[in-house]
Design a protein around this ligand. Sequence first.
Ligand SMILES: [Fe+2]
Ligand SMILES: [Fe+2]
Length: 276
Amino acid sequence: MSQTGPTLTDLACEVLRTADGRQKTALARRHAATWQAARAAGTPLPVGTGTPPLQPARPERPELLDPRDVPRRRPGSPQGRIAILHAVAHIELNAVDLHWDIIARFGHVPMPMGFYDDWVKSADEEAKHFNLICDCLEAQGSHYGALPAHAGMWRAAEDTAEDLLGRLAVVPMVLEARGLDVTPGMIDVFRKAGDAQTIEALEVIYAEEVHHVAYGSKWFHFLCGRDNRDPVEVFHDLVTRYFHGPLKPPFNEEKRAEAGIPPDFYWPLADGAGST
Ligand SMILES: [Fe+2]
Ligand SMILES: [Fe+2]
């Protein structure tokens, strides 16, 4: 019997080419389960190589605008809270694609199986996060697509499409680490509003995102170690090259430490660092 089943890269590309949010996340979860079951059975899918789309398919709505043109709303109002949830849903959908993209785009770089396990698990969790936040939006009479969202979220992926170390530095270790900084404040906003469903969803996200940052740090260090390079120096170089602007304190030093990112990685890149 010849092996003609799909590769992990094929599964990843299928998710990336699915436009609708709920369909994308359903497929992401199904494909994650397929990979995990095959791994548990000792018959892993081949990783394969392929060509993921430069930009993932996205639904017709939300309309994507320049961040400066996305209207701001007061967080204290119900409309303001819906706007926060909408922005989070957009980030989560983007994250689903980012995690499948790192699998599909760098199949030519030899990596241990654990690398794929980590990003498949992360992609599965992002799909869950998107669904949880969409449930919250719908409970409040809104939905993903009802408001405009930031264009340009895929920029980090495009900028690092040919640089796996750059991708790890900018996506999990900068963007997702930023999520750890801002989520507690967001939880407070919904606590003040007495919104138990959203608090619960955000707490799931907060707990799981620590692992995504940790996977980023783990594989970043792995690759630096394989080439005998200094991780802190390489990180500063790549973030300066690919991330547009300084990192914004305050940092969640405790959660960042838990995720394997010590202060000497981010403080020298912080807003105002070196200006005294
Ligand atoms: Fe997430
Ligand atoms: Fe994440």
